[in-house]
Design a protein around this ligand. Structure first.
Ligand code: SF4
Ligand code: SF4
Length: 411
């Protein structure tokens, strides 16, 4: 039986769709997914308008009571519609589905000289572009001091966003795991994409190629004794941990793939949490947590728990299933308004209260900062700041930070 034949027509997926709620012209997941797919298999599946307005958040798929892979059927629909794309959009989406290229020259995303080209490419002029937040390099001696032998080893997956735009978060995660007692090495060495962006845009064949190359690189760089591969971005986590084997025809990696915040909750020693909590960082300030729509299936609970364990006393998950950023979705001119409308409740929820946002995706962070006017960073960044505060409060020299600079694309 084809996946689409399992559809009960219950419309639960429609109720879960954030785009359907905001855009009266959007046909919704049932029509774009299983209904189109059934006609497609019968040879009568004309392409539908607005299929590209789907963010690929996968909330419909998570809600389906009988496990229809709704969003992945929509990805096939998008793939069939690709030849209808206009040239500027085709060029734009080629760039946006190669975030590993963008990671090599992140400053270009803010170059004012390129604004006319951006307009031609139908990039949104409304959506904020990411800032480049580079961590300083540390000396070889501090690196040697930090990385002792004989400790259990983890591999840290360096995603395109953090490699290009936020080495602060990446190095904070590495330094924290070393404080937890692990030896950390980064993979892959060179800037590559797991295929998530291409898949979201319906470029399924390209996603398979990118994922396959990435898988080979990671397998070649794993040393065989790692206890886990740690991810910072929930979308990459879902792509590598689930989609590679389920939809892209790859074998599972030989190590568990675990989000950083889950690893921290499992492996940071009790003394770390009590030290950080005792520092009482920013009392009276709020901490809002948000995980990506793709991470939503695993819930926001672990991020919430992380902030609570770090001693943040006023913690609240953002009341959003999806913030609207959805990877590169909000950067496309035709989607900017919908993306803004989807994320708007965050601004209302936060309004008038001081605080910061802990979020496990760089593009969600950019979008939420613009919407809510609060600094949004990766939990590893915030946790490292709390650790540094605790160390300066106790006048103990801080643990080494900033070592292990990215080996490609960052400095
Ligand atoms: S939730 Fe699942 S079964 Fe129900 S209409 Fe959507 S795809 Fe069909
Ligand atoms: S993937 Fe998200 S945006 Fe697309 S149809 Fe499903 S719920 Fe709607």
């Amino acid at each position: 039986m084809a996946h689409s034949d399992a559809c009960l027509k219950c419309t639960i997926c429609i109720a879960a769709c954030p785009v359907y709620r905001k855009d009266g012209e959007f046909p919704g997941p049932k029509a774009l997914g299983p209904e189109w797919h059934r006609r497609h298999l019968a040879g009568t599946g004309d392409l539908m308008d607005h299929v590209d307005d789907c963010t690929f958040c996968q909330l419909c798929e998570g809600a389906c009571p009988v496990g229809v892979p709704v969003a992945h059927l929509i990805a096939e629909h998008k793939a069939a519609a690709l030849p209808k794309q206009t040239w500027p959009m085709r060029v734009r989406d080629t760039v946006l589905t190669h975030p590993e290229w963008v990671a090599r020259a992140p400053v270009l995303t803010r170059a004012t000289a390129l604004v006319p080209i951006s307009r031609w490419l139908k990039l949104s002029t409304r959506s904020q572009r990411p800032s480049v937040r580079k961590a300083p390099r540390l000396s070889r001696s501090s690196r040697r001091a930090a990385v002792g032998g004989g400790r259990p080893r983890v591999a840290l997956f360096v995603d395109c966003f953090d490699r290009g735009f936020d080495t602060e978060a990446m190095l904070a995660a590495q330094a924290l795991m070393e404080v937890f007692g692990f030896e950390v090495h980064q993979v892959p060495r060179t800037s590559q994409c797991c295929g998530a962006a291409a898949y979201a845009s319906g470029r399924v064949a390209q996603a398979r190629r990118q994922a396959g190359a990435m898988e080979q690189a990671i397998r070649g760089e794993l040393r065989g004794d790692e206890v886990a591969l740690i991810t910072l971005n929930a979308t990459c986590q879902g792509t590598i941990g689930e989609e590679w084997s389920k939809f892209l025809g790859l074998n599972d990696l030989p190590v568990p793939v675990i989000p950083f915040h889950v690893f921290a909750l499992q492996h940071a020693p009790a003394g770390f949490w009590s030290t950080v909590a005792a520092a009482n960082v920013d009392p009276g300030s709020w901490t809002w947590t948000h995980t990506t729509c793709r991470g939503r299936r695993r819930g926001d609970g672990a991020l919430f728990q992380l902030a609570r364990r770090a001693g943040m006393d006023q913690v609240e998950p953002l009341d959003l299933e999806c913030c609207g950023a959805a990877g590169s979705y909000a950067f496309k001119a035709e989607h900017a308004e919908t993306a803004h409308d989807i994320g708007q409740p965050a601004a209302a929820q936060i309004h008038g209260r001081p605080g910061v946002i802990w979020v496990d995706s760089g593009t969600c962070a950019v979008h939420l900062e613009q919407l809510a006017g609060r600094t949004a960073r990766h939990p590893a960044y915030w946790l490292w700041q709390a650790w540094l505060t605790s160390q300066s409060a106790s006048a103990t020299p801080p643990a080494p930070a900033g070592h292990g600079e990215p080996r490609d694309g960052g400095s």
